[in-house]
Design a protein around this ligand. Structure first.
Ligand SMILES: [Zn+2]
Ligand SMILES: [Zn+2]
Ligand SMILES: [Zn+2]
Length: 148
C-alpha cells in the first residue's frame, strides 16, 4: 500500500488529530509514514533517531495516542503481538496476509472494504471504527525455501 509516494505530512496529521508536536511524536510518525508495510513497536524503535532516546514504554504510549486519534491502525497477530500501519486516505482499510513461517504480515489490495463497512452498518451496528480481515498461510519466500 505504501508504494504510493504521495503521503501524509507529519505536522498536518498531528495538528488535525489535535496532538501537540513533540519531537518524539514527530519521530514515531515519520517512521510510520515512511514504512513500507506494517511495523511492530520494536521495528519502530529501531527506525527512530537514537538522538530522541525513545524507549519501548514511550513507543507504546505514543502508538496508543495515535491509535485513539485514528492516525494509525493496530493489526493483531497470532503471536499476541500487534503491528501498526497508517490509517489515512492513502492507506484505506484492506486485508492482511500473515505468513506463519516467517511471521511477517503483508498488505493485500483493498477489496472494497469501505463498501462492506456500509452494508454492515445497516445491521445492528452503531459505528464501525475499522475492519480487519486476517489471512494466514505461507508466503512465497518461505515456500521456495521449503523446496530447497
Ligand atoms: Zn497518508
Ligand atoms: Zn514467510
Ligand atoms: Zn496494511
Amino acid at each position: 500500500m505504501s508504494l504510493k509516494r504521495e503521503h501524509c505530512n507529519v505536522e498536518g496529521t498531528l495538528r488535525e488529530a489535535g496532538l501537540s508536536q513533540t519531537a518524539r511524536r514527530v519521530a514515531v510518525l515519520t517512521v510510520m509514514i515512511q514504512a513500507d508495510g506494517p511495523l511492530s513497536a520494536g521495528d519502530i524503535l529501531k527506525r527512530t533517531d537514537p538522538e530522541q532516546k525513545i524507549n519501548k514504554v514511550t513507543i507504546y504510549r505514543i502508538l496508543s495516542s495515535f491509535r485513539e486519534n485514528r492516525i494509525i491502525r493496530e493489526l493483531p497477530t497470532d503471536q499476541g503481538m500487534n503491528l501498526y500501519e497508517m490509517s489515512c486516505r492513502h492507506n484505506p482499510s484492506h486485508p492482511h496476509f500473515y505468513c506463519k513461517t516467517c511471521r511477517t504480515m503483508s498488505c493485500l489490495p483493498p477489496v472494497n472494504l469501505s463498501q462492506a463497512q456500509e452494508s454492515f452498518a445497516g445491521q445492528n451496528v452503531f459505528r464501525i471504527d475499522d475492519v480487519h480481515v486476517h489471512v494466514t498461510g505461507v508466503c512465497r519466500q518461505c515456500h521456495r525455501q521449503d523446496k530447497i
